[in-house]
Write a protein that binds this ligand. Sequence first.
Ligand code: PMV
Length: 307
Amino acid sequence: MTCSKAPGKIVLFGEHFVVKGAPAIGFAVSKYAKVCVEDGSLNIISKQTGRVEQDSLLYRAVKRLITKVNSIFECSEDVKILIDSEIPIGSGMGSSAALSVALAHAYLTHCNVDFDKKLVNEIAYEAEKEVHSKPSGIDNTLATFGGFLKYRSGVFEKLEVRLGEEVYFLVVNTNLRRQTGKIVEEVLKLYEKYPEILENVYNAASALVEKALKSLEERDYESIGRLMLLNHGLLWTIGVSHEVNDLIVHKLVAKGCLGAKLSGAGKGGIVIGLVKESLVDKIEGELRNEGFEVFRVTPDYEGVRNV
Ligand code: PMV
């Protein structure tokens, strides 16, 4: 049996604005999807949800991935696939991409062929196309290579950013599921209606990302936190926040986080907070006692690997 794991991701700055050409920053996080492959008749079993049905999106995505690999190498398609993921589904943390990347890596290893991460990324992107009709490719790129990425108009740039162990990101899951495509459309409509106003908001978002790049490089955590709040404000302005997102942002800041914002498409999904190591236990414990689903993450700098 061969097993690989790949990290989920978080959008740190610039979501939505990126859709109209502004830059954004994302990073891979220490929550993983693990996939194991062994000989057997094609069967997909998830530890979380049980046997994967043949008419499901996931099954089709796995088939597409296997077919793609077999268009390059000859490899048995009779494989049993076991999935074990700790990444929340449908919350904007790249669960499907992490799974595709881990599967591509585990299957290529199982096939005993020569491959590199670039190929893993390309093959996983094929499966992502089955799940999200027009994926930007950021999620699978982060799951493959790890670390921080700047992306703009489909171009990815790996950032040499390394945060110290003195900070954590807290992730609070609102458990409000939403459809990214629908929210993106609403934002584009708002832009069409008020272009002269929205243009300024988008320019502010671009400037914010440029400033954030500098703050990340310098590990200026106070500034990163402040920029997260500014970013949340801009996302509120374009209508993608939700009262639950706002409530959690306020709670995180009141409890001592350096900054907080919704992350990803918004209208639910997840909220992230940046917190100093000395406060992380306290804030995480308090939120859990208040009934929130909360966990801490640190950046993953390695990307997909065998386990
Ligand atoms: O929540 P997610 O991972 O689906 O994030 C979507 C990010 C957007 O900027 C809203 C859309 C996109 O395609 O970039």
